[in-house]
Every structure is written in C-alpha cells, then in structure tokens.
Design a protein around this ligand. Structure first.
Ligand SMILES: CCCCC/C=C\C/C=C\C/C=C\C/C=C\CCCC(=O)SCCNC(=O)CCNC(=O)[C@H](O)C(C)(C)COP(=O)(O)OP(=O)(O)OC[C@H]1O[C@@H](n2cnc3c(N)ncnc32)[C@H](O)[C@@H]1OP(=O)(O)O
Length: 219
C-alpha cells in the first residue's frame, strides 16, 4: 500500500484511526459492560475444545450459541472495530487480536510500562493456544511478542509498524503462565530496535528482536 508522502494511506489505516465523541468515562463504562462478555466467550472457546459431553448435548449447545449470536447481531457495526480515540487522548481498539477488550480470541493480557522503559505483561495460555502437544503455538508466541514490542516502540504515543521481526525459539513453551518482557535497544532515525523475551516460570523460552518503523506518513 503506498500513499503520497506525509499522508496516511487513503484506504485502510486512515479510516480506522477514528476520532469519536465519547467521554473517557463512557468508554470505561462500555468496557466494563463488554469485557465480561468476552471473558465468558473465552471460557466457551476453552470448553468447546475440552468438552466430552455426548453428541446430542453438543448439538443442543450449538443451537443455543447460534441463537445468542443472532441476538448480538441484531445491532452491530460495519466491519472491524478499528482504533479510536477521543479528545481527551484516550484510545481504544476493542477488536485488537492481542488486547481487544471485546475480543475473546485475545488472551487476557495487561501490558505494563515501567518508568525505566521495561514493558512487561503476564498471562495464562490455555488449550486454545496450543501448537505442539501441551505447548504454546509458535505463532501465538510471535503474536504476543509482536504486540508487546509494538507497544514498547510506540512510547510517547508515536505510531510504529512492525518492519522486521526475528524469533529464536530456545525451547518449547508449556501452556500455562507466561511472561513477556520488552525494551527499546536503540533508535536510528525512524527505526526503533526492540528486544524482548517470552518466558515460562523456569525462564526464557523465546528471544525476539524487532525493527519497528515510524511510517513516513506519520513522522
Ligand atoms: C498497527 C496499529 C497501530 C495502532 C496504534 C494505535 C495507537 C498508537 C498508540 C499506541 C500504540 C500501541 C500499540 C502498538 C500496537 C501493536 C503492535 C502491532 C504492530 C503491528 O502489527 S503492525 C502491522 C504489521 N506491519 C505492517 O503492516 C507494516 C507494513 N509496511 C509498511 O507499512 C511500511 O513498509 C513501513 C511503515 C514498515 C515502512 O514504510 P516507510 O515508507 O515509512 O519506510 P521507508 O522506505 O521510508 O524506510 C525507512 C527506513 O526503514 C527501513 N525499512 C523499511 N521497511 C523495513 C522493514 N520492513 N524492515 C526493516 N527495515 C525497514 C528502511 O530501510 C529505511 O531505513 P534507512 O533510513 O536506514 O534507510
């Protein structure tokens, strides 16, 4: 996708960075209403994978789930949730694949930025994130690292995009509690070099390096 220098691409990003006339209190209130629904759907995903109830019960549950989907679809937005912000500088991206408050596919992940520049997040990866038996899918590790590293690079509210991401899978990551840690290594012009790790309780399982770029149109 290319755009004239200094402008956001005309399709795609420009239309998803939307300013909305919604107070921060109202955004917080809506999140408090919708987050528990995503939590329940996350439970549904886990239960769908692990259930051993009989065939008739599976069919009956499916009918109920289909009915619930129809109720939610009674009123919905067009397309994806996008990235929105208000006049107070509050941003929200409810569909984000890693931290979307309404996204049950996203593991519950709170990203914390320490004053010394360390960005970290703890989460619990269950059956829905499996790759090798009992282990975290390599792509899921990359997904979480990409996001946490992107947040790290986007310090001071600048926009960065992942340019190049390199992973070294040191050993398999068992499903269960994991911790991500990330920090800026150095900066060169619009390029931000970030280093990060994914770890289980016994130590580092994946080492990552990434080049995150402030796009020409956002510089
Ligand atoms: C993504 C949504 C972000 C939402 C942000 C919202 C709010 C902001 C607040 C907080 C942010 C919070 C969280 C961040 C969230 C998530 C992280 C997830 C990140 C992603 O999920 S993001 C999606 C995947 N990502 C893409 O979809 C990128 C597609 N791509 C492009 O959009 C362009 O390709 C771009 C922008 C990469 C470059 O375009 P450009 O025109 O600006 O670059 P240009 O050519 O001028 O190069 C300038 C210098 O970068 C070097 N360079 C160029 N490309 C490189 C590459 N790929 N690797 C290494 N170095 C590269 C050149 O070699 C030159 O280096 P030198 O100056 O030394 O010569």
């Amino acid at each position: 996708m290319s755009a004239p220098a200094g402008e956001a691409p005309s399709s795609g990003y420009a239309s998803i960075f939307v300013e909305e006339d919604l107070s921060t209190a109202e955004v917080d209130r809506l999140e408090a209403v919708h987050r528990p629904l995503a939590d329940s759907v996350r439970e549904l995903v886990d239960a769908t994978i692990r259930t051993t109830v009989d065939d008739e019960e599976v069919a009956a549950v499916r009918a109920e789930v289909d009915a619930l989907v129809a109720r939610l679809r009674a009123r919905q937005i067009e397309g994806a949730a996008g990235v929105r912000y208000n006049a107070e500088g509050r941003t929200w991206s409810w569909g984000n694949a890693v931290v979307g408050e309404r996204n049950a596919l996203a593991p519950p992940l709170d990203v914390v930025r320490d004053p010394d520049g360390l960005v970290h997040a703890d989460t619990l990866l269950g059956a829905a994130y499996e790759g090798p038996p009992g282990m975290v899918h390599g792509g899921v590790g990359a997904l979480l690292l990409d996001h946490v590293m992107g947040v790290t690079a986007s310090a001071r509210k600048r926009v960065t995009f992942t340019g190049t991401l390199t992973m070294r899978y040191v050993r398999s990551t068992p499903l269960g509690p994991v911790r991500l840690e990330s920090r800026i290594d150095r900066e060169e012009g619009r390029k931000v070099f970030v280093v990060a790790t994914l770890a289980d309780p016994d130590g580092v399982t994946v080492e990552a390096e990434g080049v995150f770029i402030v796009p020409r149109w956002a510089a």
